[in-house]
Structures are given as structure tokens and as C-alpha cells.
Ligand binder design. Sequence first.
Ligand SMILES: *Cc1c(COP(=O)(O)O)cnc(C)c1O
Length: 216
Amino acid sequence: MIKEHYEIVRKAIGTDIQLCVVSKKRSIEEIRSYYDAGERIFGENHAQELLEKAGQLPEDIAWHFIGHLQRNKVRSILPFVSCIQSLDSYALADEIEKEAAKLNKTIPVLLEFHMAEMDEHKTGHDPSDALPFAKYCIEKKHLDVGGIMVMGPHTSDTKAIEDVFHKTYDLFKELQNIYTAEKIHTLSMGMSSDYKTAIACGTTMVRIGTYLFEED
Ligand SMILES: *Cc1c(COP(=O)(O)O)cnc(C)c1O
């Protein structure tokens, strides 16, 4: 654990913004150091890795799935995840609904949108279909849609990042207006390179890996 970086992040986010410690590729010992510091939300992007880690770490960890999720992996991770942040298609919504119903469980999810227009590595649902997609997911009995997840554009141009984050915030507010702020409570936005910009743009949850685990 990089104590100095951790203190900087904790100070920057205050008490209102949640921290998802992105623990992909990190060892059990590294994760445990953040657990011991009081962190409970950890983000993983591979099903197999999440399952292996969940079996070796305390049960009160809230594992958040943040990567592209293949439909054939849904069943295996559902018993272990507290939230799927990367719900990005109708087909995936159908699959999570089907498997969650079998477990008689309601799964918290965030809708991931692809807001950075010029970015090649496209993850997330098309934002021009945001409202129909949100409605479709919210009507699923075993999905609890709590908000939005987004990746900032791959650039050092702060202005371009702000544009994407402002657009995402507007969409978040639009969903809150339709479905209430009580239901749509989470805007997961901001990583190591852009979390400060995300804070300025109204994020409610940052997902940080590299900065918490690596020296400058
Ligand atoms: C890896 C990852 C992060 C964390 O990125 P860092 O640059 O290591 O902070 C956040 N969100 C998603 C979806 C990721 O895959």
C-alpha cells in the first residue's frame, strides 16, 4: 500500500464520495492492506480472478465487477458480487435477470455508457439510447439500477475529459429527475489519471487502482 497516495485520495474525496479500490492484478496481501485500512469496496474486471480472490478474503468485502462481462460468466460471479457496474447491453441485462431470479436475489447494477466519442476502445452502451435502455433495465425485477458508470477518454486533455464528465453528469441528473435521486444514487466516474476532474464534475464514486498501488 502506498500510504501517501492513499491519504491524498481519501482527503480529496472526503466523506460524500465513495472509493472503489481497483484491485485487478493485485495480490491478496496488497488488497488486505487496504482492507485493514478500512476499505470495503474493491473492483475487479475478470470473473475468474474475482472468484479466486473472494474465496481468500473477508466476506464483508463488497466486490464490484467493473470490466466487460461475458454472459457465460454471469452465473458464476452473481453469488459473490455486490454490484455489477458494467451493465452495457440488453442481452447482458436479460442474462443477469435470468440468473438473479434463480438465486431469488436482486443485483445492484450501474449502467455503463460510452460517452467519449472519439475513443477507440469502446466500452459501454450507446448514450443516444440511454433512456430506453435505463427503462428496460429498471423494469427488470431482479436488477436494482443505482446509477451510471463511465470511463473518461484516453487523453491528457483535461478539457476533453471535462466535456465527457459533464455530459455524463447531465445524464445522471436526467435519470434522477425521472426515477428520483433516491433510486439513482451513484455516478461512478474517475480513475487514477482523472479522479480530480471527476470530483469537480460531480462524481459520487471514484475507481482507483494504479495510483493506490504504485509509486509515481
Ligand atoms: C482498471 C480500471 C480502473 C482503474 O484504473 P487506474 O488507472 O488503475 O486507476 C477503473 N475503472 C475500470 C473500469 C478499470 O478497468
